[in-house]
Design a protein around this ligand. Structure first.
Ligand code: SF4
Ligand code: SF4
Length: 426
């Protein structure tokens, strides 16, 4: 990995390494909804190579092309050379942000991500995370008309909002009388929108008699800023989180995260981001080695699976979607299934590994038509299973899939952590 890391940001070398085999084309999320060679991994790599050699100007057309990648890493997974198209595009987006600036609403959103107290205040005022951005609910309509976007099903997207965030509801240290202790990194969507996930995780830890440290000072992992090229925000939040985690890491067995994108950002992308800051790269690598996805840690480090096996079988059928940041980036796919299948019947959809089409802030605002198009096949394959529940350990997938399924769907979305907590109560 280290050798690759050194080469990752050499765009022209990567372009030369591409053997044009085309294996990445059928799995590419953007190419599937915009079948143009320039919006394919092979096309992106060629253009990025030309850009770095000075043969391509970073104009509005190039910006538009580089912003159309979903950063799903499907191409990296199948590429015989493991070429890091997603990372090259992340770097190019930083250049785009430098040259063109960042739209006002994204700037406002990233400012909130830097300051938890601002996030908390906005939440109290009734603002909500919506498609990875904070927007005033009353302003959603005007935002949509401003960007000429189709209306989202807001009621489906904005579940049971309460005025107190997850982190502000519970004490920082929760003793379950156990001899073991873990920290929880909940992420922004889990903290504000989908609070049931954190509550369910606390119920599981209580059942297992494992103490919890809520890591209340945590800042956003900064994934939305990273994918948009706002590297100042990434630098700010990543350094804060590294220093903060270093203070308590020795006191806990693990830092568990019920969110694929946050855990991949902390565990993998921080190291990539600090490739040219060796001290911070080493510190990120050391402290983030304690980070696990919640199902990953529960499956490998507790006897939860055996406990669940003795519990009641529940009648609901579940289909599991593999978040890109879980399976492709972290290799986590069997762990949630092993736990869920103890109490629920799992019916696999035709392609659980296919990206749901969330794509990040830009995709969900300026390029929402691509997100919608990419979401349709995922919604269709979920429907084919006749499952009552679709599950994925990722709140961004939850937002996108819930929206793609539409209000008419009777299938509900649950994080595997919620399913496990429900099974434990039986
Ligand atoms: S990261 Fe996803 S959308 Fe981007 S080029 Fe690769 S497969 Fe296509
Ligand atoms: S799979 Fe890899 S080597 Fe083959 S065309 Fe795609 S990027 Fe190039």
């Amino acid at each position: 990995m280290d050798k690759k890391l050194e080469d990752i940001f050499s765009f022209d070398e990567t372009a030369a390494d591409c053997v044009k085999c085309g294996k990445c084309i059928p799995v590419c999320t953007i190419h599937n909804v915009n079948t143009d060679e320039v919006t394919s991994p092979r096309g992106f790599i060629d253009l990025l190579g030309a850009y770095k050699k000075g043969h391509l100007e970073l104009d509005k057309n190039a910006k538009d092309i580089f912003e159309s990648c979903f950063l799903c890493t499907a191409c990296v997974e199948v590429c015989p050379k493991s070429l890091p198209t997603d990372m090259l595009i992340e770097q190019a987006r930083a250049d785009i942000a430098q040259k063109f600036g960042i739209a006002w609403y994204k700037k406002a959103f990233f400012l909130l991500l830097r300051h938890r107290w601002l996030n908390d205040l906005a939440f109290k005022l009734g603002w909500v995370f919506q498609t990875c951005g904070f927007k005033i609910k009353a302003d959603i309509d005007s935002m949509h008309s401003r960007f000429n976007l189709p209306m989202l099903k807001a009621d489906r997207l904005l579940p049971s909002l309460r005025k107190t965030s997850f982190l502000n509801t519970h004490p920082e240290n929760i003793s379950n009388g156990g001899k073991r202790k873990v920290a929880i990194f909940i992420g922004c969507l889990g903290n504000y929108n989908y609070r049931n996930v954190g509550d369910a995780l606390l119920e599981i830890l209580e059942y297992l008699e494992i103490d919890a440290f809520l890591a209340k000072d945590q800042k956003c992992c900064s994934a939305p800023a990273y994918f948009t090229g706002d590297f100042d925000t990434v630098d700010h939040n990543a350094k804060f989180n590294i220093e903060y985690f270093e203070k308590f890491a020795a006191d806990v067995e693990a830092i568990i995260v019920p969110e694929a994108t946050c855990s991949a950002m902390l565990k993998i992308d921080y190291e990539h981001f600090f490739h040219d800051q060796p001290e911070w790269k080493a510190r990120a690598k050391a402290v983030m080695s304690k980070v696990y996805m919640a199902t990953e840690w529960l499956q490998h480090h507790t006897d939860l699976e055996e406990i669940l096996a003795k519990k009641q079988k529940l009648p609901q059928i579940v289909t599991y979607h593999d978040p890109c940041h879980a399976k492709k980036m972290q290799g986590i796919h069997e762990e949630p299934r092993s736990l869920i299948r103890q109490n629920y019947k799992i019916v696999e959809m035709s392609d659980p590994n296919r990206c749901c089409g969330f794509g990040g802030v830009t995709m969900q605002s300026e390029k929402f038509h691509f997100a919608q198009a990419a979401g349709k096949p995922k919604a269709a394959m979920i429907k084919e299973t006749n499952a009552e529940i679709v599950s994925a350990e990722c709140s961004a997938c939850r937002m996108q899939i819930t929206n793609s399924m539409g209000v008419e769907s009777t299938t509900v979305f649950k994080n595997p952590i919620e399913l496990i907590a429900e099974a434990l109560k039986r």
